[in-house]
Every structure is written in structure tokens, then in C-alpha cells.
Design a protein around this ligand. Structure first.
Ligand code: B12
Length: 447
């Protein structure tokens, strides 16, 4: 048995603070393996390095695990960079402990070599960490010498994807700040969107948890911590095999009163499915529409058309389910003509919120990176730790942004630039509102 301190380095509060779910899963795996674990959340602590130092001194950990969730906010108009926090945290650990430091998490897994060197940690685990972190700690404790970067040989399935170990104190903080807690029902993404890291993070096929285990988790979190509002963090909730419906049916069968939201692909989801999900507590849905016309949807490799997005939108409106579309302008294939067409298309989306972004964050290992090099946007091998955005050579960026602003003018349900939405959310938060908050911007027609 070892004493292991787990630290969440994420301090992002946009669009709202999110519970460090990856850390909770790692904590559960280590606790299940018989270790004594404590969790420290840098955001909950108010980014107080001295509180972290006190905790390290009091707990005297044998190992320290640091989770790195975000690189930046993916908004080309308000540039941020987060790995520096992880670096600060590793430095604080070094100041009070000789324990080996192990890092992991989605941002880490996107650029492991670079972030291992940048943070100064001893070991890094690429991808899902629950099995590898236990093996690593076992082997290091047994005196083995191991490479500093580790990647699992196979992906985890079913019950190997363990239930998270939430901390009561952290739950209270996130309920107060965002009003919801998160849970995952499956991993993986089979889609081939050219800018996206999901398939490389989680694999290219869905791996589902047993719906009963998922709903056991919901019940447990509700009973133990009084949580009634959830976000399902699956890359795509509405998988084409219909696993999501098994989860939904299990919630209905057990008659648990909950509210939840999720992220869906605007394809293959109709009124029948939405009605069923609403019965199970779905109160809003975020749609990964991603581009606003067929030309740009095609060049992003989305695999659906704008007509599909319109149909999904109509199904949500028919069931009076608030939905929001997230759309990126300026990607490959974008021209001033497609911007015009896209903005016209967005006007057809009624009773919904649209969040627009300018440019697409270029991530390592994606086809978008190769395209950016081809288009002369960045040099081969350039560092991507500080955010770099793809902005199509076919657009005048300033003019494109002005066109989006003009088209969204005087509409409270159209958000651009993203920071404008953030300001609005902060105001609503100050007035005591919690949750997604964008859902309150939608007015449905009178029945
Ligand atoms: C769901 C999701 C959201 C939801 C979250 C809702 C909620 N209430 O939780 C929403 C839509 C709100 C959201 C917002 C944002 N997100 Co997001 N999100 C995701 C998504 C799809 C899943 C995250 C998740 O919870 N996974 C489930 C947990 C269990 O998995 P995990 O954290 O990866 O943990 C596993 C491993 O990483 C590892 N691990 C994790 N920690 C550790 C620690 C150690 C020591 C070890 C060894 C291993 C380890 O083991 C875990 C279990 O296997 C990921 C993409 C993806 N598929 O991973 C993006 C992702 C994490 N998001 C990302 C970003 C950028 C953001 C935003 C900044 C975007 C924005 N401007 O709004 C915000 C930030 C929010 C915040 N406050 O932090 C990026 C981060 C990387 C980057 N590019 O910077 C990702 C990777 C997507 C991407 N673009 O590539 N997000």
C-alpha cells in the first residue's frame, strides 16, 4: 500500500468549472488496488500553491499524480495557455517531496513528449490511465527501472473502465460553481473529423460501459452527494449502435429523478429518441454541428450534411428540448462565399443557440496539422504547445469575423466572439443561476 496524492491542475472556468473526472477515475483505480489516495484540486484551492505545499507536507505521499486536462481554450480571439499551471504544480511538489511525479490526462496525451519535458515530471502515461498507473506504481515500488513515457498495449473494456471516486468536498465546490457533476458512459469515437483528437485519445471504436453500472454510479452519486444534475462526457452520446438508448432506458426503468445533458452528433437522432431521452431527464443538448454549410462540413470530414443538422434541430424544437450548435468558421475550404452561405444557413436554425468560433485549434497527429503545413500556416515540426489556429487562406479573417458579428447582432441566442458568451454566463452566475445557462436563452413558440 502506498500513499498517493492526486492533483488536478485544471483551472479553466470556461464555459464553467468542470469536475476533474479523469482524476476521479485514476483515484478509484488506485484505491481499488489497495492504495491510500488523497485528491487535491488546484482550482478548488483557489490556485493556492501554499495550500498544496501544506497538503504535501501533511500527507507525505510516496507518489504524486498530476492530471492535465486542457492546453488552452480553443478560442483564437482570446488566447490562453494552461500547461504552465502543471509546471508550477510539479515545482511545488519538488519543493516539499522526493516522490516521483506521474502526469496524464487528455491535454498531456495530445503532446506527451513535449509536456513531460515542459512540466519536469518523472513519468507520463499516454491515454487511459487506470490500469497503467497501477502497474507503474507496482513496478516502481518493486524497484524496476521503467521508461518515462508509457502507453497501454490494449484499450480497456466494460468494467475495466472503473467508476470514478468522487470527493465530497470537490463535489460541493462544483455544485456551487456549475450545478452539475459529470460521468462517462462509453469511450471512443469512430468519426474521422480532420481536426479532432478524440479518436487518438480514446480509440476509434465505441467501448461501452454496462448501462447498469452507469446507472448504479448515478444512483450512488445522488444518494451519497445529493447530485441531481449530470453531464455525460462521452465524445458522442448518440452512438449509431444505440448503446445510449440502453442507458436511457435503464434510467427510466429505475425511475430515478435526474436531469442531464450531453454532447450529440446532429445525425440519426429523431423525435422518438429525443422524447425517450427527455423522459429520462435530458434537459438540453449540445450539438457538434461544427461547420455551417455542406462544403465546409465535407472538408472537415464530418460525414453529415447541413440538412441533417436542420433535421436534428427540428426534432429538438418539436420536443421543446433546448439545443445549442457549436460552429467553427475559417477551417479548410472556407471562402468568403462559404461564410455567406453558412451564415444564411444558421438563420434557418430556429429556437436554438449558436456558438461560433473563428479558426480551428491545430492539434498534433490530426490531418488538419498536415493540411496547415501544406497551406503554409505553420512549419513542419513547429511546437503546438502554445495555441496555433488554422485560418483558411481563402478568407479575410477580419472581414469574416465582422460578417459573423453583423449576422449575430441584436440576437441573444447567437454568441460570437466566445468571450462574449463567457461574459453573459458570468453575469447570470452572479445572479445565482447554475447549469449550462445557455438553455435559458431559448424561447419556444407558444403551444
Ligand atoms: C466532455 C468534454 C467537455 C465538456 C465537459 C462537461 C462536463 N461537465 O464535464 C464541455 C463541453 C463543457 C467541455 C469544455 C471544455 N473542453 Co472539453 N472535452 C470533453 C471530452 C469530450 C471528454 C472529457 C472527459 O470528461 N473524459 C472522461 C474522463 C474519464 O477521461 P479523461 O479526463 O481523458 O481521463 C482519462 C485519461 O486522460 C487518463 N488521465 C486523466 N488524468 C490523469 C492523471 C494521471 C496522473 C494519469 C496517469 C492518467 C490520467 O486516465 C483517465 C481514465 O482513463 C474531451 C475529449 C476527450 N474525448 O477526451 C474534451 C477536451 C478535454 N476538452 C478540451 C477543451 C479545450 C475544452 C474547453 C477549454 C473548450 C472551451 N473553450 O470551452 C472547455 C474547458 C472546460 C473546463 N472548465 O475545463 C480539450 C482539451 C485539450 C485542448 N485542446 O486544450 C479536449 C481534449 C478536446 C479537444 N479539443 O481535443 N469539454
Amino acid at each position: 500500500m502506498k500513499r498517493i496524492l492526486l492533483i488536478s491542475s485544471n483551472i479553466t472556468t470556461e464555459p464553467y468549472p468542470v469536475y476533474p473526472l479523469g482524476l476521479a477515475v485514476i483515484a478509484a483505480a488506485l484505491a481499488n488496488a489497495g492504495h491510500e489516495v488523497e485528491q487535491f484540486d488546484f482550482l478548488v484551492s483557489g490556485e493556492a500553491e501554499e495550500l498544496l505545499a501544506v497538503r504535501i507536507a501533511a500527507f507525505a505521499p510516496d507518489y504524486v499524480c498530476v492530471s492535465i486536462r486542457n492546453l488552452d481554450n480553443c478560442d483564437s480571439l482570446s488566447v490562453t495557455s494552461y500547461p504552465e499551471n502543471a509546471r508550477r504544480i510539479v515545482a511545488v511538489v519538488r519543493g516539499g517531496s522526493t516522490a516521483p511525479v506521474i502526469v496524464g490526462g487528455p491535454a498531456f496525451s495530445i503532446m506527451p513528449e513535449e509536456l513531460l519535458a515542459f512540466t519536469g515530471a518523472d513519468y507520463g502515461i499516454i491515454g487511459e490511465g487506470e490500469r497503467l498507473v497501477c502497474d507503474l506504481i507496482r513496478d516502481l515500488s518493486g524497484g524496476s527501472t521503467l521508461p518515462s513515457l508509457l502507453r497501454g498495449e490494449g484499450l480497456l473494456h466494460g468494467a475495466e473502465m472503473v467508476s470514478p471516486l468522487y470527493s465530497g468536498q470537490m463535489i460541493s465546490f462544483y455544485l456551487e460553481k456549475s450545478g452539475m457533476i459529470n460521468l462517462q458512459t462509453k469511450r471512443g469515437c469512430p468519426h474521422g473529423c480532420i481536426y479532432c483528437s478524440y479518436p487518438s485519445l480514446e480509440g476509434t471504436a465505441y467501448r461501452c460501459r454496462d448501462p447498469k453500472a452507469v446507472v448504479d454510479d448515478l444512483e450512488r452519486i445522488k444518494t451519497e452527494h445529493g447530485v441531481e444534475s449530470f453531464f455525460f462526457t462521452d465524445s458522442v452520446f448518440n452512438d449509431s449502435d444505440g448503446h445510449y438508448l440502453a442507458v436511457v432506458e435503464e434510467i427510466i426503468r429505475r425511475d430515478i429523478s435526474l436531469r442531464w445533458c450531453c454532447y450529440m452528433r446532429p445525425e440519426g437522432v429523431g423525435r422518438r429518441e429525443i422524447a425517450l431521452m427527455k423522459r429520462a431527464g435530458l434537459y438540453a443538448v449540445e450539438l457538434g454541428t461544427d461547420a455551417a454549410c455542406d462544403t465546409t462540413l465535407r472538408s472537415l470530414g464530418k460525414g453529415f450534411s447541413f440538412a441533417d443538422a436542420l433535421e436534428a434541430n427540428r426534432a429538438c424544437v418539436a420536443e421543446r428540448l433546448p439545443c445549442a450548435h457549436f460552429v467553427m468558421f475559417g477551417g479548410p475550404g472556407e471562402t468568403m462565399a462559404t461564410v455567406t452561405e453558412g451564415l444564411e444557413n444558421l438563420e434557418k436554425l430556429e429556437h436554438t443557440v449558436v456558438f461560433a468560433f473563428s479558426g480551428i485549434r491545430i492539434l498534433p497527429g490530426t490531418p488538419l496539422l498536415a493540411q496547415a503545413v501544406r497551406d503554409g500556416i505553420l512549419a513542419e515540426g513547429a511546437s503546438l504547445r502554445e495555441p496555433v489556429y488554422y485560418l483558411s487562406p481563402g478568407v479575410d479573417v477580419k472581414e469574416m469575423n465582422n460578417m459573423i458579428l453583423a449576422s449575430f447582432k441584436n440576437r441573444r441566442d447567437r454568441i460570437f466572439p466566445p468571450s462574449a458568451g463567457q461574459e453573459r454566463l458570468s453575469i447570470m452566475h452572479r445572479f445565482g443561476y447554475r447549469g449550462l445557462l445557455w438553455d435559458s436563452l431559448i424561447k419556444f413558440p407558444k403551444l
